[in-house]
Design a protein around this ligand. Structure first.
Ligand SMILES: Nc1ncnc2c1ncn2[C@@H]1O[C@H](COP(=O)(O)OP(=O)(O)O)[C@@H](O)[C@H]1O
Ligand SMILES: [Mg+2]
Length: 259
């Protein structure tokens, strides 16, 4: 993969790199991904956008070991990790949230984070300390002892992110973390997400539909459409790309006229 094509505004963050190389995923006759390349760098927020069915969630599943690619490789710091399952990918430093929160609903918030931390290889004590730190940072300390099935919708979404961080990951993949939130909640959450690289040293992959939000938070953006990479680059370039405007924003060409 051509690393030189990645932008490096400011100093390029020295750190870990998670790469997807020529990823194909087929479900029977459905080609969810057809030859997608992507590079995530520790310390920056990368956006993944595209219409429904574009293959975004499949990409996150592949990057986190939940879905084995039909073709192509996943490289973590240059090592081929394509065949590691989700637990081993998590231990290797790749955490994620889910489109639907998927918390352990009969456990407390704190316990959910502990499970992640211990699963990531921490002692109980270290997992507890990290969990407390994350909950405090995310303004969730007040619900630490609450069972997850009693959380408000917004808190449930935020706990999903907190749990991904509780692993202590080098990369955290967030699949539509703001879905169903109102604009103010979404803005607050994006503020938090934008701060993850600084606070935890992790690289972030953010799937989010709201273009304004994505543009504000991401340093680099990949646009998928129909399982293929449509455009890639810094926000300004992607925003002005006519293919992106047509596919993603549903813009008709000016000559289109009717309706
Ligand atoms: N487990 C699966 N079995 C069959 N088809 C799937 C499966 N997961 C996803 N797909 C299909 O793959 C395509 C991409 O889906 P997905 O990655 O969920 O897109 P996005 O997250 O961008 O909306 C869609 O056509 C979807 O229906
Ligand atoms: Mg999806």
């Amino acid at each position: 993969m051509d690393r030189a094509s990645m932008p490096a505004p400011g100093a390029a963050p020295a750190g870990r790199v998670l790469e997807a190389e020529n990823i194909h995923v087929a479900f029977g006759g459905i080609h969810a991904l057809s030859g997608v390349d992507m590079t995530l760098q520790q310390g920056i927020v990368t956006g993944l956008i595209g219409p429904n069915g574009a293959g975004k969630t499949t990409m996150v599943n592949v990057l986190s070991g939940f879905q084995r690619p039909t073709r192509g490789r996943i490289l973590l710091d240059g090592a081929d990790v394509s065949r590691l399952g989700p637990q081993r990918m998590a231990r290797a430093g790749v955490g994620r949230s889910f489109q639907a929160a998927r918390l352990f609903r009969d456990m407390t918030v704190q316990q959910n984070l502990m499970v992640a931390g211990i699963g990531g290889g921490r002692s109980r004590r270290a997992a507890a300390a990290l969990a407390a730190d994350i909950l405090s940072w995310m303004g969730l300390s007040a619900v630490a002892g609450q069972r997850c099935d009693s959380l408000s919708y917004g808190n449930e979404r935020r706990v999903g992110i907190a749990r991904a961080l509780a692993l202590g990951p080098a990369f955290v993949l967030l699949d539509e973390p703001a879905s169903g939130m109102n604009e103010a909640e979404c803005d607050a959450l994006m503020h938090t997400i934008a701060a993850i690289p600084q606070r935890f040293g992790a690289g972030v992959l953010l799937i989010e539909h709201n273009m304004r939000v994505v543009m504000g938070v991401c340093r680099h953006i990949l646009v998928l459409d129909g399982g293929r990479s449509l455009a890639e680059g810094p926000p300004e370039a992607v925003q002005n790309d006519p293919d992106v405007r047509r596919a993603y924003l549903g813009e008709k060409s000016p000559a289109g006229g009717a309706a």
